[in-house]
Design a protein. Structure first.
Length: 118
């Protein structure tokens, strides 16, 4: 059974930092890209960042470039999202995702809440 388990969300003041983790299990993800999406209240879910498991190709949404950094630990089957200089508009439920084809999510995590107070 495939599982993506997120952790690391919480409440932080504007300008602060958080690090999200996503532990993947249940299959081999070497042919997948792993990444993060987010959904704020009343808004659609949007892409944040992704990294390909092989090759480590990285993508970011324009809204987070220069502030967020995605990385992976292949030995632990874990993907991280380091979020710095957080803004109130970063407040959302953050989901881990696995994509075999970019833009098509095959697996979702349950989500972890990030709240940034201004």
């Amino acid at each position: 059974q495939v599982q993506l388990v997120e952790s690391g969300g919480g409440l932080v003041q504007a300008g602060g930092s958080l690090r999200l983790s996503c532990a993947a299990s249940g299959r081999t993800f070497s042919s997948y890209a792993m990444g993060w999406f987010r959904q704020a209240p009343g808004k659609e879910r949007e892409f944040v960042s992704r990294i390909t498991w092989v090759g480590g190709r990285i993508y970011y949404a324009d809204a987070v470039k220069g502030r967020f950094t995605i990385s992976r630990d292949s030995a632990k089957n874990t993907v991280y999202l380091q979020m710095n200089s957080l803004k109130a508009e970063d407040t959302a439920l953050y989901y881990c995702a696995a994509e075999k084809r970019l833009g098509e999510v095959d697996y979702w995590g349950q989500g972890t809440q990030v709240t940034v107070s201004s």
